[in-house]
Design a protein around this ligand. Structure first.
Ligand code: HEM
Length: 331
């Protein structure tokens, strides 16, 4: 039998017009960089399909939950902290984009603030995973193996605060008065409100939790404060056209943020501290004897991002009604 003739080269017509158009675009793009399109197509030929598990790095993600004890509920504690940190990361992603706006529009600012609010509301709604979702007996035992670690050491939480408002609003009024006319970032950071937390209840000395946190993050926090001086949400709002600065949608978003970050999340969090740590006549020692009962409630902390937006009475009653209601619920 005669050998079959070599098949003719595939005619160009085998490619659809759409494919040919894409090839021409690619050719032009690679030619602009003096690159050989054929070599890149060879690479494409060998490339794998993108799969879900690779794309989101599922194996790595699921390898990051490593309890230090044998108590099953410790895993819940780790995972919920990780979920929270991922939400914090989403918030910071919005603050970064917000801070870059030199000539913001009302729509852009409300959109970014709205996203941060949505993330915080998800966290507030899901905090029951902590409040009701672990056995107290297990918690009290595994928590002892984790000292002096505390969510207090979450640097992303602090970055969110620094990206939300002017630095002076994070310094208690009585300390601000002592700082003189033009305090440096370092001076502000030296008396920032969280210096009053994670201190030993009996002596007022810094607990190891705070000492370690400062050792690791002081430099980064000062740099972040400096970076966000003109990029924090309030500074960006001041760059809006005058009329937009008083727009009800904007005011609602800012006030909601203030309440979400400074009242509602702290209260849900406080509820979990009360549920696991409060024991009459003294608290359980799982925090290393810190002053959390006097520090955490928003009515004592009085952290307020946008004091300009609240009435004198609202400022006076900051967090009060809510705290009492939460404590009533706990009985
Ligand atoms: C059962 C669950 C929890 C308990 C009992 C608890 C307890 C505490 C306590 C006692 C403090 C005060 C600082 C200290 O004395 O160590 C604190 C601070 C803090 N915790 Fe938690 N926590 C819980 C869950 C969480 C979670 C899931 C997060 C998420 C990241 C978190 C983030 C924080 C933050 C950011 C602070 C500092 C708050 C501030 O400075 O106002 N905590 N926590």
């Amino acid at each position: 039998m005669a050998p079959s003739p070599t098949p003719p080269a595939a005619p160009e017509a085998e490619f659809s017009p759409a494919v040919l158009a894409q090839l021409r675009r690619l050719q032009a793009r690679y030619a602009a960089d003096n690159q050989d399109l054929a070599a890149y197509l060879e690479g494409l030929y060998h490339a794998d399909y993108v799969n879900y598990w690779d794309y989101i790095q599922l194996d790595t993600l699921l390898s990051l939950q490593r309890p230090l004890t044998k108590f099953p509920d410790e895993k819940i504690f780790i995972i919920y902290h990780q979920i929270t940190e991922l939400y914090f990361k989403l918030c910071l992603h919005e603050y970064e984009q917000l801070g870059e706006l030199q000539e913001p529009t009302l729509g852009e600012v409300v959109l970014r603030l709205g996203r941060v609010n949505r993330y915080f509301e998800n966290l507030i709604d899901s905090f029951d995973v902590m409040v009701d979702g672990m056995e107290k007996e297990q918690f009290l035992q595994f928590r002892m193996s984790l000292m002096p670690a505390s969510g207090f050491q979450s640097v992303q939480y602090r970055f969110i605060e620094l990206a939300s408002t002017a630095l002076e609003n994070l310094v208690p009024a009585e300390k601000r008065r002592l700082l003189g006319d033009a305090p440096t970032h370092e001076e502000f950071m030296g008396c920032i409100y969280w210096q009053a937390g994670a201190t030993v209840e009996d002596t007022g000395a810094k607990a190891l939790t705070l000492v370690e946190f400062e050792r690791k993050y002081t430099g980064e926090l000062v740099a972040h404060a400096r970076q966000y001086e003109h990029r924090n949400a309030w500074a960006v709002v001041q760059r809006l056209p005058e009329a937009d600065r008083h727009h009800p949608r904007l005011l609602r978003a800012l006030k909601q943020l203030d309440v979400n970050v400074n009242v509602n999340w702290p209260l849900m969090h406080y509820k979990s501290a009360v549920r696991y740590l409060q024991r009459d006549p003294t608290d359980v020692p799982a925090t290393g004897g810190t002053n959390w009962r006097n520090y955490l409630p928003p009515k004592f902390q009085r952290r307020i991002f946008y004091p300009q937006l609240w009435s004198a009475q609202e400022l006076e009653e900051w967090g009060k009604g809510w705290v009492d209601k939460v404590l009533e619920e706990l009985g």
